[in-house]
Design a protein around this ligand. Structure first.
Ligand code: FES
Length: 581
């Protein structure tokens, strides 16, 4: 459909809610009678039915304020003539879940998809925030393909401590390293904990939650302001009301995610990702979301866009500022406006306007935080895709947050066979490791983790920390938190647990990292690798029943988004509902 057709789309879309409430026999009778039991009448039921899909949970600190936001969305829905009903879906919090929230991202996506599919909704607002809640909800909503707007809960305010700005969890890691090295006292370490996370909201550096929620604006599936407006700012409440009004309009026009989330929209998102030095986790989540709409986002696309996109935002962990500062500097709309020459500005968004129209009035308020394309912080974006005999299907490095001197490095491997091995030996005084060593962590990929945990930023061994070493080349098939930093090669594919070459690395092997040449190479000859492969045994499966077993059987590799193969694609819900009686 051409954009003009969408703009001029005045014929109301057929409504699922109408067929549900107006069915002339016992089904309609029942649907109305049972809805009346909640105190609603036929005036309400004549309106478009808007589901507010809320990932509120007190076991997810980042999403614990979403009930208030849901109430504001409802006000907006009522104002615009809709009928809002809120429902819960699985909430995935980074802090409480073990072994890795990523293990359940696809389960949450299935929950979201099937609840949208099974209920008579004309439109959906996805209330999300913490890292996995945003991609999970979007993946599900794309596969159901009902008109959708995503609204995040927003970033937390800056931490303040002894005149310093603190950010979670970049400083949690930095201070832990200093404490372990003996350069930070136990008292200071404990006091910092009181001050780092001082409000509701998600992690306040450009970590995964900030990244994914900012990308909602570039994708056109969230309203302008979604990315950076602080969680506790009244303007986020007003944004929620505005979202409520907008979803009613979108539902009336029947504009679906598949019409918004086009290849161009995903390219816009990758451009923003590179311009802000966003999280490597987006390199997993975006292909998973796009896959739900049968769009392939090969790793090379990320590399190509990163090479042509200057880094124009100065945000931790690659820069100096945090989301609250970014908001005062103009927020994501101001960044997108600077990026317009590199974007598909005519991409349609849920406002009914194009991306370029959405950001036309945005202004940069602080050039220390948002630069122009002509005067960037770095000429290229922050991500590189590596290939070589150690990662035939690719690996990722966020070189914007790495040490320049290690961008071309050759060193001897110190191999850990998994997390238990790492914990047991990393800080042993007799560990045979030097600052030039390359730390290799096996069996932390999608299958091996299981769930591809965020452990790729494995700590520097204590004895090197005490010598003043703060960065080394580290390689794994796992992920890392978007708040982490260092010379860290991630998402090595295929992963070691399914027999990828990473499984064959042994202590003392020479490994070469060459970021300018996008190369990751294991200097072991093919005959020796073949010998090792013949002797290799896969690790025992982590689960033998239940969801864990389904996960191990179905999960695909990092370049495909760590989704389940059977969930790829879109199966739009239809207007007609099956009569129940
Ligand atoms: Fe939720 Fe960091 S723990 S965003």
């Amino acid at each position: 459909m051409h954009h003009d057709d969408l703009h001029n789309h005045t014929t109301p879309a057929p409504r699922r809610g109408a067929s549900f409430f107006q069915e002339p026999h016992v089904a309609g009778f029942t649907h109305r009678a049972f809805t009346k039991a909640m105190g609603y009448d036929e005036t309400d039921m004549a309106r478009p039915l808007i589901g507010i899909c809320n990932t509120y949970s007190e076991l997810n600190n980042c999403n614990a304020h979403l009930r208030e936001l849901g109430e504001a969305v409802k006000r907006g829905v009522w104002q615009a003539g809709g009928f809002p009903l809120e429902f819960p879906t699985i909430s995935l919090g980074e802090i409480y879940l073990n072994p890795s929230s990523m293990l359940w991202r696809n389960l949450a996506a299935m929950d979201t998809e099937e609840m949208i599919r099974g209920q008579p909704l004309d439109g959906v607002v996805l209330l999300v925030n913490c890292d996995k809640t945003t991609p999970a909800a979007l993946m599900g909503a794309c596969s159901a393909d009902v008109p959708t707007i995503a609204l995040s809960g927003g970033p937390a305010l800056n931490g303040h401590f002894r005149g310093e700005i603190l950010g979670a969890c970049t400083d949690c890691r930095r201070m832990t390293a200093e404490y372990t090295a003996g350069t930070l006292s136990a008292e200071t370490y404990r006091l910092a904990e009181d001050n780092v996370f001082r409000s509701r909201g998600h992690c306040m550096v450009m970590g995964t939650a900030s990244t994914m929620n900012s990308l909602l604006e570039a994708l056109g599936i969230g309203l302008p302001g979604t990315g950076a407006t602080p969680a506790v700012d009244s303007r986020r409440i007003r944004l929620a009301e505005e979202t409520g009004r907008a979803i009613v309009d979108l539902a009336r026009r029947g504009l679906r995610p598949s019409q918004i989330l086009t290849r161009q929209a995903f390219e816009n998102a990758i451009t923003l990702l590179c311009a802000v030095g966003g999280s490597t986790n987006a390199v997993v989540h975006l292909p998973a979301i796009a896959g739900r709409l049968d769009i392939d986002l090969p790793l090379e696309l990320f590399d190509a866009i990163s090479r042509r996109t200057p880094l124009i935002a100065n945000l931790r962990p690659s820069g100096s500022y945090q989301m609250e500062d970014l908001y005062y500097a103009g927020g994501i709309p101001a960044i997108l406006r600077e990026l317009l020459p590199l974007l598909h500005g005519d991409a349609l968004t849920v406002t009914g306007r194009t991306l370029a129209e959405n950001v036309a009035a945005a202004e940069v308020q602080d050039r220390g935080i948002i630069r122009s394309l002509d005067d960037p912080f770095q000429p290229e974006g922050g991500l590189s895709i590596l290939r070589g005999n150690l990662a035939p299907d690719g690996a990722v490095i966020k070189h914007a947050a790495a040490t320049p001197a290690l961008m071309q490095h050759r060193g001897r491997a110190v191999v850990f066979k998994g997390m238990d091995d790492l914990r047991a030996r990393l800080n042993a005084p007799d560990l045979d490791v030097t600052p030039d060593s390359v730390l290799v962590l096996q069996n932390v990929g999608p299958v091996g983790g299981p769930g591809m945990p965020e452990v790729g930023n494995l700590p520097i061994p204590q004895k090197l920390l005490q010598q003043g070493v703060r960065d080394m080349v580290r390689i794994s098939d796992g992920r890392m938190s978007g708040t982490a930093y260092g010379t860290i090669v991630l998402h090595v594919a295929p992963e070691s647990a399914v027999g990828g070459p990473l499984a064959l690395v042994q202590d003392g092997d020479e490994i070469e990292l060459d970021v300018p040449k996008r190369r990751l190479y294991l200097h072991v000859d093919d005959a020796e690798l073949a010998r090792r492969r013949a002797a290799w045994q896969p690790p025992a499966p982590a689960y033998r029943r239940g969801y864990g077993q389904l996960y191990l059987q179905q999960v695909n590799q990092a370049p495909q988004g760590v989704d389940f193969d059977f969930l790829r694609g879109c199966d739009p819900v239809t207007v007609t509902l099956q009569p129940k009686f």
